[in-house]
Write a protein that binds this ligand. Structure first.
Ligand SMILES: C[S@@+](CC[C@H](N)C(=O)[O-])C[C@H]1O[C@@H](n2cnc3c(N)ncnc32)[C@H](O)[C@@H]1O
Length: 555
């Protein structure tokens, strides 16, 4: 088939196009590589403004990709390759062909031509440190409680495979063979060409230069008849399933939930409504407390209340996936704010209560806004949660400390939960350390619109239980928080710390009131011993009993 563009037949028009093309050839890098004969064969081709608009519409409908107006030259170059293959020399004809029943098979090539597939092994390597130091140990701990050694990871924009093979290496480095772990990695992409490359698992030495020392030899073997190419070993390949999947589709053919979803460097190609749709959809495919990992320039800020930002573009799915409900009674200007916080009595006396709490004095009175608000988000160690809506943020503390920070005038508040003041090596970044967690909390508040100068703090936790192996950690955590806030000039309005028992706290982001329930000795021991991991399990059971009337103090 050879179709010609009627509109370009006149000599003058051709001369104009020729001029334009020659100038493109010398001003845009991709064209430098075209040989003279190819340039001549392209002289009939020009992507008009109108055709470009049609391409923009089409790729948006098909893949959710928003092509900016500045991409016209790029699109011209990419589609021209397909057109040469099909012997079509007019964009208008090519686009009509793609849209026709006859050209149904070309739709895939059209999409493949317009995706951007840049990737590399261990790209944004901090995410793989996060897997090794935080996500995998947590999943192991959960398996110890549940007995189920199962790990499901989805790499949802896998491109040529460097990302899923990196994930597979991280898995193999952490989980020894023979421990009985059932691990599956789903690697999907919309682009069938890159998926084909990914599935072969064959890479040049240049690509493999990105691997940390030792991993190439361990996980790749030289191809027998290869030209300095290397193939991923079966130990990686057997973990991964490759599938074409369009994130823009309304339903995905997946019938499992994942512990971790990677969606890196693809949301940037979508507009805000498409990003929101995709992220909401991810929420349904992530298990509770599962992680969603985005690329360095992507963010869920203002897009979803289902996730809690942990920093380094890692998000955790919140325990309560219900959307936040904005009741007009909760709006800052009409809400009753908490009475000025007071210092707490040293002892909160009590006969033992149920559910691991100690009873103390009578329940504190709730404001209307607090009692109307049934949205609770629990956080665990390493989490930071900020909201400009009225929610209860809850957490369970042993020797850990939680700092509630708020800008009352802006109606923005948040809470963190950290385990240790600072890492031994200053290069280690992890929100389990106060120094990073506090930074993240303040930055998130400001990103939501809080004014740093108006911030106020309430500090809780830091139990100094003598039965703990590290009885001084609680004190160190509290000292750290106090010093940090002093240096930052943030006034501490209330503090309830260094008690002999752990505590469960609930912070209302609108009234800034904090309800505290002390834990009994046994629960405190459980929490303190393995705060890092047990908090997940214990907190879940406490949330289930949270409707039971308990005695509490309010701060
Ligand atoms: C820049 S690459 C990122 C690759 C890898 N995630 C990384 O960060 O290195 C973006 C990938 O997203 C894929 N993509 C674009 N639109 C998509 C869609 N609607 N559904 C699934 N994948 C899509 C592209 O084909 C491309 O391979």
């Amino acid at each position: 088939m050879r179709t010609q563009c009627k509109s370009l037949r006149s000599h003058d028009q051709k001369a104009t196009v020729q001029k334009r093309f020659v100038s493109l050839c010398f001003s845009n890098p991709p064209y430098h590589r075209l040989k003279a004969s190819k340039v001549t064969s392209l002289l009939d081709i020009s992507l008009t403004e109108r055709d470009f608009k049609t391409v923009q519409k089409l790729i948006y409908q098909l893949a959710g990709i928003s092509l900016g107006d500045s991409k016209q030259v790029m699109v011209q170059g990419r589609l021209s390759k397909r057109m040469r293959k099909l012997n079509i020399d007019c964009y208008g004809e090519y686009i009509k062909f793609v849209q026709s029943a006859e050209g149904a098979d070309e739709v895939t090539n059209f999409i493949n031509a317009l995706t951007t597939n840049k990737t590399e092994f261990f790209r944004e390597s901090h995410h793989f440190d996060f897997l090794a130091k935080t996500a995998f140990p947590e999943i192991e701990e959960r398996a110890r409680c549940s007995g189920e050694r199962k790990l499901r990871i989805w790499c949802s924009a896998a491109s040529t495979g460097e990302e899923p093979y990196t994930i597979a290496m991280a898995v193999r480095q952490h989980f020894s063979a023979g421990q009985g772990w059932d691990v599956r990695i789903l690697a999907s992409d919309i682009d069938t060409d890159v998926l084909h490359t990914a599935e072969t698992g064959i890479y040049s030495q240049e690509r493999l230069d990105d691997l940390p020392p030792g991993l190439q030899k361990k996980y790749f073997e030289r191809e027998a008849h290869g030209n300095e190419t290397f193939r991923a070993k079966d130990t990686l390949r057997e973990l991964i399933t490759f599938r074409r999947l369009n994130l823009h589709d309304d339903s995905w053919p997946i019938n499992t939930t994942f512990d971790i979803i990677f969606c890196r460097n693809v949301l940037i190609y979508f507009d805000a409504p498409t990003q929101q749709k995709v992220v909401t959809h991810f929420g349904k495919y992530l298990r509770q407390d599962g992680y969603l990992i985005l690329g360095h320039s992507e963010s869920l800020h203002g897009m979803s209340d289902q996730f809690n930002a942990l920093g380094i573009t890692v998000y955790r799915k919140l325990t309560d996936p219900a959307p936040l409900q904005m009741n007009t009674a909760f709006r800052p200007q009409t809400a009753t704010l908490a009475a000025p916080a007071k210092r707490f009595p040293a002892a909160i006396e009590a006969p033992r209560g149920d559910h691991g709490y100690r009873k103390n004095s009578a329940p504190a009175k709730e404001t209307q806004a607090e009692s109307d608000c049934d949205v609770k988000h629990s956080i665990i160690v390493g989490d930071v949660l900020v909201s400009d809506k009225p929610v209860w943020i809850t957490t369970l503390l042993g020797s850990c400390v939680a700092v509630c920070l708020y800008d009352e005038a802006a109606g923005i508040a948040g809470m963190n939960h950290f385990m240790l003041p600072a890492p031994r090596e200053s290069s280690t970044v992890c929100n389990r350390y106060g120094v990073h967690s506090m930074e993240l909390l303040i930055n998130s508040l400001m990103a939501h619109g809080a004014d740093r100068r108006r911030l106020k703090a309430k500090v809780f936790g830091g139990c100094s239980a003598e039965h703990s192996d590290f009885p001084h950690i609680g004190v160190s955590n509290v000292d750290f928080a106090s010093n940090f806030l002093k240096v930052e000039g943030i006034p501490v309005i209330a503090q309830f710390t260094n008690q002999g028992t752990g505590m469960y706290i609930e912070f209302h982001t609108l009234s800034q009131k904090v309800r505290v329930r002390l834990l009994d000795r046994k629960t405190t021991e459980v929490v303190s011993r393995d705060e890092q991991t047990k908090a997940v399990t214990v907190q879940a059971s406490i949330d289930r009993t949270a409707d039971v009337t308990l005695f509490e103090n309010a701060y």
